[in-house]
Ligand binder design. Structure first.
Ligand SMILES: C[S@@+](CC[C@H](N)C(=O)[O-])C[C@H]1O[C@@H](n2cnc3c(N)ncnc32)[C@H](O)[C@@H]1O
Length: 286
């Protein structure tokens, strides 16, 4: 049956039901893989702690699962909030003494724009299946000097996005989007989300990137559109003003339009594009 929610089956997996995750589609790499719940329910190990060394200050653990990373951070004295969409995961994290709340990362969250670190542990850059949209959303959560600590996949992986389902016994969840991002893809992806690669570490069998806020990119095409639109507007004004005076319309309009509209495109249009891309509709909630 494929009409069970992700949350319901994930909760069963956390409670000990043997569940698998299966990619939707054809091909040898979409075979069911066991959901590594044991990895998430154990205490943080030496490698986890080395990952947590990269977290700084007030930290939000996004997609905390049962909360081992947030618990270890709290033990180290960090102020930490753990969030997850699955109520049972939040309850387990709270059971470890962690401040945890049921939220999607795409909800309005406490402390927006003031987190020093956002942690995306254990492949959580895959949440929602659109890593650029997720990282743009995460960037909004950070203070200007903040950072994202991201667990990524080995070199050569690129970015793979697909539909997947959880399977527990005879039950299969509704499909959800998930992505995997490799070392080779992280820098370009970060730039597309207004972030910069600050640090890249290989820690035992894991790859960890530290991303910091950088300039927001202008979406391709929008700047040109803005220039064209503004140029028409200016040209119209010049036409009205210079009617009969023979002012060289194109020269004026182009100069004015280029200088003026670049600022417009960088500020307003980026802000607008962000509002759209960060909507819960794009990332989807399992
Ligand atoms: C790979 S598991 C978490 C593992 C955990 N970070 C750890 O290292 O132990 C992914 C988690 O992301 C959560 N999740 C999925 N979509 C989410 C969303 N939109 N916002 C917050 N959490 C989400 C899932 O419920 C799940 O607990």
């Amino acid at each position: 049956m494929a009409d069970v929610s992700f949350s319901e089956l994930f909760a069963r997996a956390l409670a000990g039901d043997p569940c698998t995750v299966v990619g939707v589609g054809d091909g040898p790499d979409v075979l069911p893989e066991p959901l590594p719940v044991g990895e998430w329910r154990r205490p943080a190990d030496k490698t986890d702690l080395a990952v947590l060394d990269l977290c700084d200050g007030v930290t939000i653990d996004v997609g905390c699962g049962p909360g081992r990373m947030a618990a270890a951070l709290a033990e180290r004295g960090h102020d930490v909030l753990a969030i997850d969409v699955v109520a049972e995961a939040v309850a387990l994290a709270q059971g470890l003494g962690v401040a945890a709340a049921r939220h999607s990362v795409f909800d309005v969250l406490p402390h927006e724009g003031r987190w020093t670190t956002a942690l995306l542990a254990d492949g959580n850059v895959g949440i929602g299946g659109d890593p650029a949209a997720l990282l743009r959303r995460i960037r909004e959560l950070l203070e200007p000097g903040g950072r994202v600590v991201v667990d990524i996949a080995p070199p050569g992986t690129g970015i793979e996005s697909r539909w997947a389902q959880l399977r527990c016994g005879d039950d299969t969840s509704r499909p959800f989007r998930w992505s995997v991002v490799g070392v080779d893809a992280i820098e370009e992806l970060a730039i597309s989300a207004g972030l910069q690669l600050r640090d890249l570490r290989s820690i035992k069998d894991r790859w960890i990137a530290v991303l910091v806020p950088g300039p927001m990119p202008v979406l391709p095409g929008l700047a040109d559109l803005a220039v064209d639109h503004h140029a028409e507007h200016v040209a119209g004004r010049l036409d009205r003003r210079t009617n009969g005076h023979g002012t060289p319309r194109n020269g004026h309009a182009n100069g004015h339009a280029n200088g003026h509209t670049n600022g417009h495109a960088n500020g307003q249009l980026n802000g607008h594009a962000d509002d759209h891309s960060d909507g819960p509709g794009i990332a989807g909630r399992p």
